[in-house]
Design a protein around this ligand. Structure first.
Ligand SMILES: [Zn+2]
Length: 310
């Protein structure tokens, strides 16, 4: 039985024209965004099924996940919500190919729609070369001997994916006017292209190459502030090389990927300190926080009194 994993981001969806459509904090825009995203997921699923794939696992990876409308999703697919650090759990099992759906170009790419690498402001280099999410995820698949077989996204994203993962199938669904706005090609036509490309790809999965970076790995991460770099430098084996840059050396790419997953999680978590303080300064925010805090403390007080966990 053939199994394909579809790693889904959001920015590169056909029909998403405005960056606000990818952010929950703009509800009116975001509502439109999730509709477009779900349409692309259904299109790729239709194509994969038509190409003979029985087992389709869809990983909703944009932001904190939960971006795909379950009630409108093809019931044939299995929808999961891994975080970056446990994406590889799905690759460990038998898997014949990975599709990168609705992706975007790396941070700092001119004419990339909402170009970024994992989190806002971050820049990443692997072995001295700037890389984005297509390479980072494509190489993760490579470490499990799984080829990245197809990518969809804006023009800059597709160019980047072809450079790092040559030979994969591509569908360019739009062109950025600037970082915030894209000119989308006709949505229905793009969905048809996604479906057709997925079907053709599914029929020749064994033709695609597996890509891995040369090991050992030097990964460097440049952060928005020196404080963020200090936080990340607390991870064992990580070293600050300049005020804002942290380097991490490892024998294996998987360890470098896990470092990036942990580092980005740490940094994003630190961003919530400020809004949490502001929120708890309001009566309503304070009540919500107290309720959570009291439940947490009660759970703590009820914990079994053993000296160690098994
Ligand atoms: Zn995203």
């Amino acid at each position: 039985m053939s199994r394909v994993i579809v790693v889904v981001d959001m920015e590169g969806a056909a029909g998403i024209v405005d960056r606000k459509e990818c952010a929950r904090t703009y509800p009116e825009y975001y509502k439109r965004g999730v509709l477009q995203l779900t349409g692309d997921v259904n299109a790729v699923a239709m194509g994969l099924k038509a190409g003979g794939i029985e087992d389709i696992v869809v990983c909703d990876m944009h932001g904190r996940g939960q971006n795909i409308l379950k009630n409108q999703l093809d019931p044939h697919v299995k929808l999961v919500h891994p975080r970056l650090h446990d994406l590889d759990k799905f690759l460990e099992k038998e898997c014949d190919g990975v599709v990168l759906l609705c992706f975007h170009a790396m941070a700092g790419t001119p004419n990339g729609f909402v170009s970024h690498t994992l989190i806002p402001f971050l820049r990443v280099r692997v072995n001295g070369q700037p890389v984005g999410e297509t390479a980072l995820v494509g190489w993760l698949c490579g470490t499990y001997d799984v080829p990245t077989v197809m990518v969809t996204g804006d023009e800059a994203c597709i160019e980047e994916a072809k450079k790092f993962l040559p030979g994969l199938s591509t569908v360019t669904v739009k062109k950025a006017k600037n970082r915030e706005v894209a000119q989308c090609f006709p949505t229905e036509e793009m969905r048809r292209l996604i479906e057709e490309a997925a079907m053709a790809t599914a029929k020749q999965l064994s033709q695609y190459k597996v890509y891995c970076p040369r090991e050992p790995i030097l990964v460097e991460a440049a952060f928005r502030t020196p404080d963020e770099a200090d936080l990340v430098a607390a991870i064992p084996r990580a070293k600050k090389t300049t005020a804002r840059v942290v380097a991490y050396e490892s024998e294996k790419y998987l360890a470098a990927f896990k470092f990036l997953s942990a580092a980005t999680y740490l940094v994003v978590s630190s961003w919530f300190d400020e809004p949490l303080q502001k929120l708890t300064a309001t009566d309503e925010g304070q009540k919500i926080f107290e309720k959570w805090d009291h439940q947490f403390r009660e759970e703590w007080m009820r914990e079994p009194q053993s000296l160690w966990y098994e």
